[in-house]
Design a protein around this ligand. Sequence first.
Ligand SMILES: [Zn+2]
Length: 255
Amino acid sequence: MNETISLCYHGVSPSWPDAMAVTQQQLHSQVAWFMRRGYRPVTVREAARPGGGKRLAITFDDALLSVHELALPVLERLGAIATVYAPSVPIAEQTPMAWPEVARHLQTEHARELEPMTAGQLRAVAAQGWEVGSHTRTHPWLPRVADDGELRHELEGSKRELEALLELELATLAYPFGAHDERVAAATAAAGYEAAVTLPVRVPAWPAQPSAHELMRLPRIGVYRVDEWRRFRVKVARPVRLLRASSLWDLVRRG
Ligand SMILES: [Zn+2]
């Protein structure tokens, strides 16, 4: 069987009650479950290319410090690799993630959860076979960036800045919040990315031989703290994935 599945995580934390963070136990059992079923962990760059077998592209958006501290040891133990999507400005300036959707956490005891990985940590995971991709410069909703020059700066600028900082080539991008439209996808391709990943409500199957159009819209399944074992199993079960790919999903959600 040929099948590729991509999971989208953010942070890993034993105590942060936010949807963005799973526990180490959740991450371990979820990845181990796929690996027991013969899925081979690959980077998004590899998953975007035609290839056989069962492939699992694990991704972490935002390049939070907890990915290095807590996710990396879990994946090392499992012999798995992942792709981490870094916003270039917080990484370069070593400032916490502070866009409006997460800034409220900075006033709480969980503020440290928004600390970024360091450039050295990103270089180190890349040396272990992980992929580092771009998550733009400042993590805006890209479709709302009306100015073309500003949009290009978020896409090209983040690639250029991270490539210089990390001495790596960046090949793929994750749209912040998964948000994209025709204009954003076209600008992403024009900025030199081979592929880009999304976070759709309706998750289509990962294309076996992606077209140029599909390469800028590769779908991931978001995994959150509420995804306890049973819920996760239901979420990734093939019939549910097929259902989520169809228009029936809207009816189910409404029901
Ligand atoms: Zn993000």
